[in-house]
Design a protein around this ligand. Structure first.
Ligand code: ADP
Ligand code: MG
Length: 260
């Protein structure tokens, strides 16, 4: 089997070794099924993301970027040995900060999703009935993470929203906000429990260039102040350029940008 291994862009960051990696995945395959028709999307992904690294995963629409990000965040599972891949899939694994999520049971995976990763989606996924502040609070109350206990959640939520320039919007509903403002709320929500890893799926994909830049600025500022690990999925090369390193999904495998 020839598996393209991810290589780094012209930037300074090399592929991290396993000891420094926040995420290591090996031999990941994913096939959807439309009725009886198998739709193979990922054909053997090997990828490492270093601790504190900002990695961009570039790819055209439909290339499998969201699929891969969902697998990394434990929102979905890769093909197992029984999914038609036979013995090849037996070696598929995803390790995230010491948890082998490909072998985690449902309860462990729930804990992992609550504590280890924050998700930012292209279309925000805010709850329309709730205010800006409530949207962030709900995520914190469900999980009450960040080592602050339940009592500290409202203060942290306000602090995050103020840091993102939304202090004057706390009681507004999402529908009253611009796209860029909604996405900043979604980022605050993703960060409420201080997850060590932020996974962002086309966080600027629905925004104009200038607004998208402010979202990327907010994400990079988060990394600068916390040293947290980020994976940003995008179809936009200009967005990818902001990352420390870029890998590209082509035909279900990872490649070096510019070589395909
Ligand atoms: N739940 C699903 N069932 C069937 N096919 C799917 C499903 N989700 C995604 N796909 C297909 O998998 C491919 C990759 O999708 P996706 O990961 O969303 O790509 P991207 O995020 O790069 O646009 C597409 O062809 C898409 O139609
Ligand atoms: Mg997508």
């Amino acid at each position: 089997m020839t598996t393209a291994s991810p290589t780094h862009a012209a930037g300074p960051a090399p592929e991290p070794d396993a000891a420094r990696a926040a995420i290591v995945c090996t031999g990941i395959r994913k096939t959807y099924h439309l009725g009886r028709v198998p739709v193979p999307v990922l054909h053997g992904i090997d990828l490492s993301v270093g601790r504190g690294e900002v990695l961009a995963i570039l790819g055209s629409s439909g290339s499998g970027k969201s699929t891969l990000l969902h697998l990394l965040g434990g929102l979905d599972r890769p093909d197992g040995p029984s999914a038609g891949g036979g013995r090849e899939n037996a070696r598929a694994s995803i390790d995230v900060l010491g948890t082998r999520i490909t072998e985690a049971g449902t309860a462990e995976l729930d804990r992992f999703r609550a504590r280890t990763v924050g998700f930012v989606f292209q279309f925000y996924h805010l709850l329309p009935e709730l205010s800006v502040l409530q949207n962030v609070l709900v995520a914190g109350m469900i999980r009450h993470g960040a080592g602050i206990g339940r009592a500290g959640v409202p203060e942290r939520a306000r602090g995050l929203l103020e840091a993102f320039g939304l202090g004057h919007r706390l009681r507004h509903r999402p529908v009253e906000l611009s796209g860029g403002e909604r996405q900043r709320v979604a980022i605050a929500r993703a960060l409420i429990n201080d997850p060590p890893i932020l996974l962002a799926d086309e966080p600027t994909g629905n925004l104009d260039r200038k607004t998208g830049e402010t979202i990327l600025d907010a994400l990079m500022e988060h990394r600068a102040s916390t040293g947290r690990t980020m994976v940003i999925v995008t179809h936009d090369r200009l967005v990818a350029q902001r990352a420390d390193r870029v890998v590209e999904i082509v035909d279900g495998r990872l490649a070096t940008p510019g070589t395909v």
